[in-house]
Design a protein around this ligand. Structure first.
Ligand SMILES: O=C(O)c1cccc(C(=O)CC[C@H]2O[C@@H](n3cnc4c(=O)[nH]cnc43)[C@H](O)[C@@H]2O)c1
Ligand SMILES: [Zn+2]
Length: 386
């Protein structure tokens, strides 16, 4: 199959400076553009338009947390006993969080809507459609298989559902998906054992699986206890990408690096409080998966202007931009790039470099990285020449 990031539907299309409708291959006639409500008045419309067409990689985005209001209402209609509102308007209120713990409660109520392999397939395929509409060419999607298997979904059927959706998404939308299986840390070591078993059993392990993570609340969930599970996942060839320093201090990031042998850090927000840690991340080129709007929505950071992304960039840390749980946080990846442009004062070239950071930090193979980086360069050069 032709690599998705060579797709002529996007590389050959005329580039215009008028804000184009952000319509990627996943767009369906009559559908609203995804980002219309997210135009930041402090970012020139031209730059929004550039971002909308910019080919991108996304490295930190959760499966269930990517369910759009349309997907949630479809699932809620299938399972009317759920407390999740099926009316997309009511969802905006439902997705307003008082703190991180409240966010996890709401998150788990949406997890409760995913009850059958067909629900899993629908969610995965539709999430890929939404990504394609934002010119996401490659995404590493964090999936928590424990949450589904403990709720009674057959493990083999679960793997078949995500793989079926992955193949359909690549063929139909040109978006390449890969999986990160994460341990929901607060669910204890039983969940760690189950996650590593699902990730390393040759009869179950899905072809798209590339990495192993650790999510959920950090307070009271020390990273070092998960070392044996990460050791097994790493021995089986998986990359280590735990969340750390999202809601706790820099020591959690150190623990993730030393005990879990993290190759990238999910969030890493509190790293900014430790200059030695920043220098270490920069020197070793350990990327941070930065998700600015998420940090505000979960109240990990007070305001966007106080977000430490500037300190990361100043210290020379490899910053990647991600959306985490976009509909739950009222954002999408394009908006996160616009936020980064504003906070870091980036123009088109700066944004293209940011997109290439995502490619560099990804687990694509070398030819795949080169193709996607080339596509970003070609797009940018044509945009600037027009
Ligand atoms: O599924 C269960 O039964 C269960 C039981 C106890 C605890 C949990 C969790 O803690 C699940 C948390 C869930 O949250 C996901 N997630 C999404 N966004 C974030 C984030 O920004 N930071 C950390 N975790 C996040 C994560 O993938 C976990 O699956 C579940
Ligand atoms: Zn996350």
């Amino acid at each position: 199959m032709r690599p998705a990031y060579d797709d002529p539907r996007t590389t050959d299309q005329p580039i215009t400076r008028a804000p184009p409708p952000p319509r990627g291959p996943g767009h369906r006639p009559g559908e609203e553009p995804l980002t219309e409500h997210l135009v930041d008045p402090d970012v020139p419309r031209d730059l929004h338009a550039f971002i909308a067409g910019l080919p991108k990689a996304e490295l930190h985005v959760h499966h269930v947390g990517s369910a759009s209001p349309r997907i949630v209402s479809e699932l809620a209609a299938r399972h009317p006993d759920s407390k999740v509102p099926s009316d997309p308007e009511a969802l905006a209120d439902y997705f307003t969080f008082t703190d991180f713990a409240h966010f996890i409660d709401v998150y788990l109520s949406v997890v409760d809507l995913i009850r059958t392999p067909e629900d899993v397939r629908l969610l995965t395929y539709e999430v890929a459609r939404d990504m394609a509409r934002q010119q996401v060419r490659y995404a590493e999607l964090t999936i928590t298989p424990f949450s589904s298997t403990r709720r009674g979904i057959d493990e083999g059927a679960f793997m078949d559902a995500i793989e079926d959706a992955r193949q359909a998404a690549e063929a139909e939308f040109g978006t390449v998906l890969r999986w990160c299986f994460d341990i929901p840390g607060e669910a204890g070591l039983e969940s760690a054992e189950e996650t590593v078993r699902l990730a390393t059993d040759d009869r179950l392990r899905p072809e798209g699986l590339v990495s192993f993570g650790l999510g959920g609340p950090e307070i009271g969930v020390a990273r070092p206890q998960f070392k044996p599970y990460f050791d097994r996942a790493i021995a089986a060839g998986l990359h280590s990408v735990p969340h750390a320093g999202e809601t706790t201090g820099p020591q959690t990031v150190w623990d993730a690096l030393t005990d879990l042998r993290a190759e990238r850090i999910g969030h890493g927000t509190s790293s900014a409080r430790d200059p030695e840690l920043l220098a270490h991340l920069a020197e070793r080129r350990i990327p941070l998966e930065v998700c600015p709007t998420s940090n505000i929505a979960t109240r990990a950071v007070r305001t966007l202007d106080e977000h430490p992304i500037k300190e990361f960039a100043r210290a020379g840390v490899l910053v990647t931009i991600n959306s985490d749980d976009p509909p739950m946080f009222g954002t999408d990846l394009n908006n996160e790039y616009a936020v980064a442009a504003r906070l870091l004062g980036l123009d088109e070239r700066g944004l293209a470099d940011l997109a290439k950071n995502g490619v560099e930090a990804s687990f694509l193979d070398a030819p795949g990285k080169a193709r996607l980086a080339d596509e970003i360069d070609t797009y940018t050069a044509r945009w600037l020449a027009s």
